[in-house]
Design a binder for this molecule. Structure first.
Ligand SMILES: Nc1ncnc2c1ncn2[C@@H]1O[C@H](COP(=O)(O)OP(=O)(O)OP(=O)(O)O)[C@@H](O)[C@H]1O
Length: 220
């Protein structure tokens, strides 16, 4: 199987090298895999996700994602918009835009820019949200908002979905529904998923669990 993420000896520090967030990470992920990343607070999970999603640059090492060498890639934002779907808790919906408009946002830069509304409605339909298309985020439940966020993450048909505690603030019934959708996307649409979580039950949805400690991968 083809490798979609290939990371070798990746290092990332903050504060002029005083804080070592990633300390020589090696990780290979096959196309179509569903992996979880677990580890204590401060172990480097979000930093690793940010490197994979091209949100920030590593100090040294090698990182290839979806066939691109991110150490050399000049236009990280265009790479990101085309290849990566983000489901981050802090990356919330834009409050003064409707569900439909929120899903359309990433499409301005992508392959669906001439059919944004049609594509966004299709995604909302997939998540059972057609009747909520014109509502603002404040008029939706937490689970509905999270489904809109996942629909938005899928807008440009990304090769990889990066999810940071995607169900953190949801009740267990809604959490199950969201996780089932992610699993379905992985199985039926072959989207590679990398999910960061503290919760062992959530992590066990994946086919492989990676453990990280003090910026190093220690198992998985
Ligand atoms: N922008 C930054 N500037 C300075 N230090 C940072 C920055 N981002 C992360 N760090 C530090 O790097 C280390 C790894 O942080 P990271 O956010 O990757 O951990 P995490 O495993 O995701 O933690 P949590 O589970 O609490 O979210 C921590 O010591 C953190 O304080």
């Amino acid at each position: 199987m083809e490798m979609i993420i290939d990371i070798k000896n990746l290092k990332k520090t903050f504060d002029n090298g005083k804080i070592v967030a990633l300390d020589g990470v090696n990780l290979q992920v096959d196309d179509g895999e569903f992996i979880s990343i677990m580890g204590p607070s401060g172990s480097g999970k979000s930093t690793l996700l940010n490197m994979i999603g091209a949100l920030d640059r590593p100090d040294s090492g090698m990182i290839k994602v979806a066939g691109r060498n991110l150490m050399k890639e000049k236009d990280l934002s265009s790479f990101r918009a085309r290849k990566i779907g983000f489901i981050f808790q802090l990356h919330n919906l834009i409050p003064n835009l409707t569900a439909l408009e929120n899903v359309e946002i990433p499409m301005f830069e992508g392959p669906y820019k001439d059919m944004m509304e049609e594509r966004a409605m299709e995604l909302l339909e997939y998540f059972g949200l057609v009747d909520k298309a014109n509502r603002l985020p404040s008029e939706l439940s937490g689970g509905e908002r999270q489904r809109v966020a996942i629909a938005r993450a899928l807008a440009n048909d990304p090769s990889i979905i990066l999810a940071d505690e995607p169900t953190g603030s949801l009740d267990s019934k809604t959490e199950k529904k969201i996780l089932r959708k992610l699993k379905e996307l992985n199985r039926e649409h072959k989207v590679t998923i990398v999910l960061v979580t503290h919760d062992p039950r959530v992590a066990s949805m994946a086919s492989r669990i990676i453990k990280i400690l003090d910026g190093k991968i220690v198992g998985g």
